[in-house]
Design a binder for this molecule. Structure first.
Ligand code: PLP
Length: 384
């Protein structure tokens, strides 16, 4: 059975070049990067080379890159590393749960959090950020690109607001890395999270950019790894894989691969909208990362659609993978003002480097008929 995967915002396959770079570090080139013998030195050199590659992707210095176990840890390290009891944080209602639930936990510990609303396209208004600042505001955390709709937030403006008020600024760039250029200097952020598996690197591997001079409390206590910002023996193959994925991602801005992805996404979107009535793009018209399309097909149940398409070999999603199976509509789509029914009728398509024109044709051969069949079963559509 043909299987096509259009769920790259959930995770992506490791590229063969990434895997080949990692492979020796499981075998002959193993070593603990803290050991002083040959094996350790070799591992250390490889880790530092990978750090350089990640730094190039982010436009920062290598020493400002802290390797973590993924995006969730990077987000938690940023939030808990800077803010605590008595502090005020500003974030948005559309953040990933890695930020939202970290903020909720801080609230239980005595911090105050403002969850800013977004407009109909899921954009945060920088003026709202400015207005939310209080004397005890310690951290602003606004994502660079949203995982569900792909919308790109006005980070440079928010960065200016943070700088004017001299408040730390973190951005979750997990869904931006490898899809749009990142330059921490331009954004003006102090902290920035990325995750390897969203751009064809390994799962369980991420990084936090920590601007020089920014003191963060570590989440773990142990050895002096990562300049005392993240204790624990380095995940050597994972770090090598992240570094290689970062190099390839950086290339993607010049070698046409991102343009190709955007062409595939745009073709899918345009043809679906041309063929299916009562459908539209969530965050359409706003700046978006090139690989993501979130479309509502009124009068269907997103979960039913995901299952029906999966049975035919097409993998898509109703939103964040971790909330799939939950009955509540997506917190992102409801924050944008979508009615619960429309939010539940929304499907996320996200394209990766592995996808081809044939994959899009395959999707186009299945989606209109599946929507039509589900609508036949819908009591609301028969009355529409
Ligand atoms: N932040 C965003 C925007 C994400 O999309 C994700 C993953 O879906 C994460 C954070 C968490 O990253 P990880 O899966 O590496 O823990």
């Amino acid at each position: 059975m043909q299987r096509v995967y259009l769920d790259s915002n959930a995770t992506t396959p490791v590229l063969p070049e990434v895997f080949e770079a990692m492979r020796p570090f499981y075998f002959d080139e193993f070593g603990n990067a803290s050991s002083i013998h040959h094996h350790g030195q070799h591992a250390r050199a490889a880790v530092e080379q990978a750090r350089e590659s990640v730094a190039r992707l982010l436009g920062c210095r290598a020493a400002e890159v802290v390797f973590t176990s993924g995006g969730t840890e990077a987000d938690n390290l940023a939030v808990f590393g800077l803010a605590g009891d008595g502090d005020h944080l500003i974030t948005s209602q559309i953040e990933h749960h890695a930020v939202l639930n970290a903020c909720k936990r801080l609230e239980q510990r005595g911090a105050e959090v403002t969850y800013l609303p977004v407009n109909a396209q899921a954009l945060v208004n920088p003026d709202e950020v400015r207005k939310a600042i209080r004397p005890n505001t310690k951290l602003i955390s606004i994502m660079m690109a949203n995982n569900e709709t792909g919308v790109i937030e006005p980070l440079e403006e928010i960065g200016r607001v943070a700088a004017e008020a001299d408040i730390y600024f973190h951005t979750d760039a997990v869904q931006a890395a490898g899809k749009i250029p990142i330059e921490v200097g331009k954004i003006g952020c102090d902290l920035l999270s990325i995750s390897g598996h969203k751009f064809h690197g390994p799962q369980g591997m991420g990084a936090l950019y920590v601007r020089r001079g920014t003191l963060i409390d570590p989440l773990f206590y142990g050895g002096n790894h990562e300049r005392q910002r993240r204790a624990g023996t380095e995940n050597l193959p994972g770090i090598i894989g992240l570094g290689r994925a970062a190099e390839i991602a950086l290339h993607g801005f010049d070698d046409g691969s991102l343009r190709r992805i955007q062409t595939l996404r745009d073709r899918l979107e345009t043809r679906l909208l041309a063929q299916i009535d009562a459908a539209g793009v969530n965050s359409g018209g706003a700046p978006r990362v090139p690989n993501t399309s979130n479309i509502y097909f009124d009068h269907i149940e997103g979960e039913a659609m995901v299952i029906a398409l999966d049975l035919k070999g097409l993998a898509v999603s109703t939103g964040a993978a971790c909330s799939s199976g939950a009955i509540e509509p997506s917190h992102v789509l409801t924050a944008m003002g979508l009615a619960p029914d429309r939010a539940r009728a929304s499907i996320r398509f996200s394209i990766g480097k592995h996808n081809t024109e044939d994959d899009v044709e395959f999707a186009l051969s299945l989606i209109p008929s599946t929507v039509a069949r589900l609508r036949e079963l819908s009591p609301t559509y028969s009355h529409a």
